[in-house]
Design a protein around this ligand. Structure first.
Ligand code: UFG
Length: 327
């Protein structure tokens, strides 16, 4: 069986990727520091605890498993935190990825699938973003991911390490079988926070800014179901296995939802009121991030079939009610 090293495999997206990899006949080896991940989420292959910046530990893991590919999810990913603590993002994301790439080259791994973000594009005045749009991030999180993209290009030229880069839009929903799900501590993402507010686990959901230049004044995002997202990763892995050229793909649906629209849909799915407070803008937030997603559809044959807002909230709500991981 083909072994894939999954950094961040104990996190939200990484754990879903491990499930999909195992289903497709791969052996996913999770490498995770458990700083933001959960060991309970590692259910589909071996687990190796370690930090991305720990070269000796990475070398050991590469030597033990000799993975043919890496899926690199491990990262700090909070836009707001990145504005206040940029060093954490440059160290964990950029230095960590540099260490990982060096270990991958040393270990003879030839393919890497990398989690990047639409936050690398920055705020571009109501443009639907395709992969050729210029990248001008407005937060340290986006800057850190853009730097890693550059690093991947340099490593390919020098060392032949080939890559598929996925720029995610907003990932939502959960495994419909609720074996794994979304659980961040602290939680900062809109949909789980809305569900927490509905369930009475917090007092109210604060809308960050109602004075944006959008039809209802709140930010617009393009939400993609996590199962669709990880399916694209399998297709990206196979793309590299077939010897195709390194490539960047956006992963979004081309449809945006405002914060208020997400709240309305959550109300419709759960049939419960969402307590809401209107607050100020959150630093680092772009007005609108919506994907031009035809490249992934045309070249990878990807179809984001589960990425309907109602479906994403239903799957998230099922997981939300079924319990959470424990440290
Ligand atoms: N929001 C609120 N109140 C909250 C939380 C969020 O109004 O309590 C708003 C945000 O201001 C934003 C939208 O809901 O307009 C979505 O916010 P999230 O925090 O759920 O997601 P972000 O768009 O900030 O960021 C997410 C990921 C990033 C990724 C980005 C790409 O966390 O890693 O999507 O858009 F880069």
């Amino acid at each position: 069986m083909t072994t894939v090293l999954v950094t961040g495999g104990a996190g939200y997206i990484g754990s879903h990727a491990c499930k999909m990899l195992a289903r497709e006949g791969y052996t996913p080896v999770t490498y995770d520091s458990l700083v933001t991940g959960w060991q309970d989420a590692v259910k589909f292959g071996p687990f190796e605890k370690g930090d991305l910046c720990d070269r000796a530990r990475l070398d050991e893991v590469f030597a033990t498993y000799q993975p043919t590919a890496v899926m690199h999810f491990a990262a700090l990913s909070q836009v707001g935190e990145s504005m206040n603590h940029p060093a954490r993002y440059w160290r964990n994301n950029v230095e960590g990825s540099l260490t990982l790439l060096q270990a991958a080259v040393g270990g003879g791994t030839q393919n890497i699938v990398f989690s990047s973000t639409c936050a690398t594009y920055g705020d571009q005045d109501n443009v639907v973003l395709d992969e050729d749009c210029p990248q001008h991030p407005i937060n340290a999180y986006g800057s850190s991911k853009r730097a890693i993209e550059d690093m991947l290009r340099d490593f390919e030229v020098a060392h032949g390490l080939r890559h598929v880069i996925f720029r995610y839009f907003n990932v939502a929903g959960c495994d419909p079988e609720a074996e794994v799900g979304e659980f961040h501590q602290p939680e900062t993402h809109l949909i789980p926070l809305v569900l927490d507010a509905i369930a009475g686990k917090r007092d109210a959901l604060t809308i960050f800014g109602t004075d944006y230049d959008t039809p209802d004044g709140t930010c617009i995002r393009d939400y993609v179901h996590v199962m669709d997202l990880v399916e694209a990763h399998i297709k990206g892995l196979k793309w590299l296995e077939q010897g195709k050229e390194s490539r960047v793909f956006n992963l979004g649906t081309g449809t945006g939802f405002s914060v208020r629209e997400v709240i309305e849909q959550a109300h419709a799915v759960t049939n419960r009121e969402v307590p809401v407070i209107e607050g100020p803008r959150r630093p680092g937030d772009c007005t609108k991030l919506v994907s031009g997603s035809t490249r992934a559809e045309e070249e990878l044959g990807w179809a984001p079939g589960r990425s309907k807002m109602r479906q994403m909230i239903e799957d998230a709500w099922r997981w939300h009610q079924s319990g959470h991981y424990e440290k």
